[in-house]
Design a protein around this ligand. Structure first.
Ligand SMILES: NC(=O)c1ccc[n+]([C@@H]2O[C@H](COP(=O)([O-])OP(=O)(O)OC[C@H]3O[C@@H](n4cnc5c(N)ncnc54)[C@H](OP(=O)(O)O)[C@@H]3O)[C@@H](O)[C@H]2O)c1
Length: 328
């Protein structure tokens, strides 16, 4: 079977397509899945180039990719038909999910073994052409839930600024912040993405044509916003400290973000941590089904074009999700 691997940390050129990889054996609590599509995330290139904390203990050669959609082929010894049935994961079922944080194996392959706890069934009514979106849902969805509920704990009536509102996580942070009762959500992005941000329910601020800090202060009568959800960090974190309201909170997503400047100024700042689990995957299913989370897939590339996909990711301007077609 085909699988993407890399045998050293480096640029996108280290990603290699192998066409003679062995089919994995599922562990006792694992399910064997034929992968249809692979969702890509900035974490993928941070692991590949060695800059992520997750790269520290990674044995090479390694696989790549954290989330996917596919079809159940079989299961390990601890999962009999009754157990699989109760989980809705019998052979032939279409599923989506992501690797548990501690599981460093990749998913960019034609067949993978993955923990049954990390998967949820895709509803039968979902058409095949919608599967790329499901492949890109789990990681950003679990991140957005953790950000809104566990870390920011958005309360009704709060004002919120999302940096990167049209990115993978941003496209879910906006509707979830509104669902949590935010009184108003603003979101930064390039002017080219303003319509998308508006469609998601936020007031767009085009950082490439406007002074977003001035705009926030003007719109909040100099008070600032209660919560900043910063998916970008690099050029947005420090200036955000000037537009967060008194006793406000800055949540920044990159795991290695340095929060010291915020703490030195007495501003509360945190980084969210994903809590995986079937309950949250099922909530994402309900949200997608109800049309509440219109996560967009901007591009689907063949598995063999993974290096190009990583270059696009590294540009930092992905709209919604980039997805690989594992069958192409
Ligand atoms: N802590 C965790 O558990 C966790 C989990 C998931 C992701 N993350 C991290 O969260 C970050 C975002 O992930 P993602 O999947 O949403 O990335 P993404 O899909 O690549 O989106 C990046 C977004 O950033 C925007 N952007 C670029 N420059 C900007 C600027 N100067 N000001 C405002 N927005 C800007 C882009 O919009 P434009 O094109 O309009 O510029 C794009 O929408 C990554 O660093 C990722 O590693 C952390």
């Amino acid at each position: 079977m085909r699988e993407i691997r890399f045998d050293r940390f480096g640029g996108s050129e280290v990603l290699t397509l192998h066409s003679d990889a062995p089919t994995p054996e599922p562990g006792p609590d694992e399910v064997l899945v034929r992968v249809s599509y692979v969702g890509l995330n900035p974490l993928d290139y941070k692991i590949r180039d060695g800059s992520s904390g997750r790269a520290e203990d990674l044995g090479l050669p390694a696989g790549t990719g954290r989330e996917m959609a596919g079809t159940v082929l079989g299961a390990g010894s601890a999962l009999d038909d009754a157990e699989l049935g109760s989980r809705g994961l019998t052979a032939g079922t279409r599923v989506f999910g992501m690797r548990a944080p501690a599981d460093s194996r990749g998913v960019a392959a034609e067949i993978i073994a993955i923990g049954a706890d990390e998967l949820a069934p895709i509803p039968d009514e979902i058409p095949e052409e919608d599967l790329p979106r499901w492949a890109g849902l789990a990681l950003v969805g679990l991140t957005a839930i953790a950000t809104i509920e566990d870390t920011a704990r958005i309360a009704p009536g709060q004002t919120v600024l999302v940096h990167g509102g049209s990115g993978g996580v941003g496209q879910l942070l906006i509707p979830m912040a509104l669902e949590a009762g935010a009184a108003q959500v603003w979101a930064t992005g390039r002017a080219a993405n303003a319509d998308r941000i508006r469609d998601l329910g936020a007031t767009p601020i085009a950082y490439d044509t406007e002074d977003w800090q001035a705009e926030i202060l003007r719109e909040t009568d100099d008070r600032g916003v209660d919560v900043v959800l910063d998916t970008h960090y690099h050029s947005t974190f420090l200036p955000s400290l000037d537009i967060v309201a008194e006793n406000g909170l800055v949540v920044t997503l990159p795991t290695l973000a340095d929060l010291t400047p915020a703490h030195e100024r007495g501003v509360e700042a945190r980084v969210p941590r994903i809590r995986p689990g079937r309950d949250r995957l099922d909530r994402l299913v309900q949200g997608i089904r109800a049309g509440r989370y219109p996560l967009e897939v901007s591009q689907v590339l063949p598995l063999a074009e993974i290096a190009q996909a990583h270059r696009l990711l590294e540009d930092g301007h992905t709209r919604g999700k980039l997805v690989l077609d594992a069958g192409a």
